[in-house]
Design a protein around this ligand. Sequence first.
Ligand code: ARG
Length: 314
Amino acid sequence: ATDRVVDEGESLPFTVSDCADRPGYDRILLVRPTHFDVTYEINPYMGGDVDRERAMAQWRALRDAYDRYADVAVLDPDDSWRRLDASGGETAATAEPARPTAHPDLVFAANLGVPTADGDGFVLASMATDERQGEPAYLETWATDAGYEVFDAPADTFEGTGDALWHPGARLLWGGYGVRTDRAVYDELAARLDTPVLALELTDDRYYHLDVCLTPLDAATALIQPEAFTADGLARLDEVFETLLEIPVAESHEGMAGNAHCVDGKHVLLPADNPETASILADAGYEPVPIETGEFEKAGGSVFCLSLEAGTPR
Ligand code: ARG
């Protein structure tokens, strides 16, 4: 199609079928929650005391669930630190010493970067908040070691797959901006990833990332939270997807229902305690797989945020 950004309100210069095919990824990267805690508030959901043992148990159950549908890879932050240290890398020399709570949000893998269309590399994130600056270096180390190609972060702030979501089966990227990620990033990503980008503006900080209000399920269907989008943004979603399934507002506000993940075009891992969203998915022919993520919801994240899709390194 093109390799430029199409903004809301602009008429679409192509259809999804004009976009090149993009095979699905077969790997899910998770980050072991050794640093996880809630020690600051950078989104409106954050707060409460984390029960570390429960968090670890929930993370293990999430890993086991993903493991049923994909090849799971685990980034162990402490391992990355050991390697950074051993290599005498610049990051190791300038970063603070490893301690369990050095990066409390370093469990939300989605924010560390975005996979390339072929899945053989990642473009690193550039976090919007001071608190999370140190995190993308962990993906850089892990991905380099694992044989992926790693591209520098764009010049402006970019929170990875939290805001940049590939359309299932197509070389087409959805790009959320306005809260954490800058709109300007997508000009760079369109060129770097050789893909058209459909930009979607986010204006409400309850929907601080695109992945809390848009879950592409397959090439024709998406689960969305309509109140997160502008009228033009909604019109774009409606134009590109044949079917939009709508999340009840209460389940977005209280249950992070929009942070779901369709791993194989059928099974949808979603935060537990969202019965209406689960039945909407089931009625549409998907198989909801509820996952308890209560401890991670205290940081404002759930299933999708905790994962990063990847392909196979070359
Ligand atoms: N506490 C984290 C933050 O505010 C949560 C990140 C959730 N990640 C996501 N992809 N929505 O940055």
